[in-house]
Design a protein around this ligand. Structure first.
Ligand code: DX5
Ligand code: ZN
Length: 214
């Protein structure tokens, strides 16, 4: 299977968000990655359910919602109703990740768990049977345009082994500082999230350069 590419709209021109989405979809994007930040879990504030709702109206591609917020349980219903396809939570963001992941599935979305660079794989193991997605962060969450942390790539292989062990078909996503070079260190991943690399370059060429990695 070829790699999927999920452009992160955090690097798009928010004044022209609709046409930016259309352009990356036309350029081959498989998913649209939506970074939700609350100024608490991470030191930055971005967007919420109304933007997801507007995006849902203009595109059919899966909306991959990455929640970097405290108390995700309070907001998952809003995101699901707004049209999120995947909802990924950080393991540290709630005292009961298992409950939240089950709730996301009940809301007919695909549940995902994510780990920050400082989070060991052991912290998410117990949740792997509940998820369709594992998101490995290769920068500290909060901002686009940061430098890729190569030491994190090893986690992808480790998670793949653990998923195989439980016969899980969950996809592994990698997020942070991804470009055609850094992605080569992450070939065990299924989905490449990229913000700056896509939106600061020729969209179609950048997306193609990631999709063709094997
Ligand atoms: C960081 C976000 C990433 C980020 C990716 O907190 O989760 O999705 O926007 O942007 P680049 O690819 O520029 O690192
Ligand atoms: Zn993200």
């Amino acid at each position: 299977m070829g790699k999927k590419v999920a452009p992160s709209i955090l690097s798009a021109d928010f004044a022209r968000l609709g046409s930016e989405i259309q352009a990356v979809v036309d350029a081959g994007a498989d998913w649209i990655h939506v970074d939700v930040m609350d100024g608490h879990f991470v030191p930055n504030i971005t967007i919420g359910p109304p933007v997801v709702k507007s995006l849902r109206k203009i595109t059919e591609v899966p909306l991959d919602v990455h929640l970097m917020i405290d108390h995700p349980e309070k907001y998952i219903k809003d995101f699901a109703q707004a049209g999120a396809s995947n909802i990924t939570i950080h393991v540290e963001s709630t005292p009961s990740p298992a409950e939240v992941l089950k709730e996301i599935r009940k809301l007919s979305c695909r549940p995902g768990i994510t780990l920050k660079p400082a989070t060991p794989v052991a912290a998410i193991l117990e949740f792997l049977p509940l998820v369709d997605l594992v998101l490995v962060m290769t920068v500290n969450p909060g901002f686009s345009g940061q430098e890729f942390m190569p030491a994190q790539a090893e986690k992808i292989r480790e998670i793949r082994k653990q998923l195989d062990k439980i016969h899980s078909k969950a996809l592994i996503e990698v997020d942070g500082g991804i470009n055609a070079e850094t992605a080569k260190l992450c070939l065990a991943a299924d989905v490449f999230v990229a913000g700056n690399y896509i939106f600061k370059n020729n969209y179609a060429q950048a997306i193609k350069s990631l999709k063709e990695l094997t």
